[in-house]
Design a protein around this ligand. Structure first.
Ligand SMILES: Nc1ncnc2c1ncn2[C@@H]1O[C@H](COP(=O)(O)OP(=O)(O)OP(=O)(O)O)[C@@H](O)[C@H]1O
Length: 329
């Protein structure tokens, strides 16, 4: 049985259209006008237990709405979801015990209380016996490097510590399926790396399934073997990062260190010049002509060092999202 199944999920929101100003308000009161926003337009995928999947898309693409449908917070307008064997919108207790939703921009810990007190409340909600609660809390605190921080009011914690404590609270009931919406939002690079490392370890240790969104590509490249790309409510791609690069970036980047300066015009014979600064150059070369191009570069240019790399994922994805969808082109 799949951990997450989405079949043709559609979500339409009805949004009130209010003309501006006082008379607009009055007019809206008597003559209500609405427009339909189709946030998710027929999304299907299947995620197996233990997989870590990155969910990518620009602002407003429909990621949060999809996560909300998968966790039962909003009902699909069409289609069907099945998560850990349950229909999410029924919000059955057994379902809630198997999943968790962590949103980087929302907090569940109580600001003026120590995190430990909030954990205790969660343990009561999920009916976790005292001994087991303490064992799990200390184990997670150790994995997160949070020992020593659990008995001071949450407001005194740094942003990174707070996010780690949020994760601890969200995982006390040992969910099998984790939905994470921007779990590293606003964190500094060290805290981001720590959260990433923790999620990786959690997945390894408990075999949990993770579906996570992030604007930081480093999160996705470090964690996800597979990515889902969503744009304007539609799924554009489902596969590995390598497959994504093959499909959307049928080129490689050749980085050159030169022994002496070379004219840009000369470099352009060997590929598209992406950058040329002093003795460092970046060329874009089609994958199917890579060997030939590298041979020619070595034969004809004063090369001190040469490196072939995949183009930066951010760049590739940024370009995909700039392009209109095929039917809108
Ligand atoms: N409750 C709502 N009522 C009306 N429209 C909504 C509602 N929630 C989301 N939308 C709209 O649905 C679309 C998809 O929003 P969603 O939050 O799912 O995108 P997202 O991919 O998570 O974006 P972001 O990365 O900015 O969080 C947007 O156009 C948004 O304005």
């Amino acid at each position: 049985m799949s951990a997450i199944l989405a079949e043709n999920l559609v979500k339409r929101y009805l949004v009130a259209q209010k003309p501006p100003g006082f008379w607009g308000e009055v007019r809206h009161f008597f003559l209500r006008a609405y427009k339909v926003v189709e946030a998710v337009r027929g999304v299907s995928f299947r995620i197996e237990p233990g997989e870590v999947v990155g969910f990518l898309g620009p602002n407003g693409a429909g990621k949060t709405t999809t996560l909300k449908m998968l966790t039962g917070l909003v009902h699909p307008s069409e289609g069907r979801a099945l998560v850990a064997g349950h229909v999410p919108q029924r919000r059955e207790r057994a379902f809630l015990r198997k999943i968790t939703l962590v949103m980087g921009n929302k907090q569940q810990l109580i600001w003026d209380l120590p995190a430990w007190d909030s954990f205790r409340m969660n343990a009561a909600v999920y009916e976790i016996p005292e001994g087991e609660f303490k064992k799990r809390a200390w184990e997670l605190a150790e994995m997160l490097g949070l020992e020593g921080k659990l008995h001071q009011p949450v407001r005194k914690l740094s942003l990174g510590e707070r996010m780690k404590a949020e994760l601890l609270a969200a995982l006390l009931h040992r969910p099998e399926v984790l939905f994470l919406d921007e779990p590293t939002l606003g964190l500094d690079v060290n805290a981001q790396a720590a959260v990433r490392g923790f999620l990786k370890e959690y997945n390894r240790r408990y075999g949990a399934t993770l579906l996570l969104t992030s604007h930081y590509m480093a999160d996705i490249t470090a964690l996800a073997e597979r990515v889902l790309l969503i744009h304007r409510g539609r799924l554009l791609f489902d596969g590995s990062l390598e497959a994504l690069l093959l499909r959307f970036a049928p080129y490689k980047e050749v980085r050159l260190s030169l022994e002496r300066p070379v004219e840009e015009g000369l470099l352009a014979h060997f590929g598209e010049v992406r950058a040329l600064e002093g003795l460092e150059a970046r060329l874009i070369v089609p994958r199917d002509r890579l060997l030939e191009a590298v041979g020619a570069v070595l034969d004809h240019l004063p090369v001190a060092d040469l490196e072939v790399k995949e183009p930066p994922v951010e760049e590739v994805i940024g370009r995909i999202f700039q392009d209109p969808l095929p039917e809108e082109a």
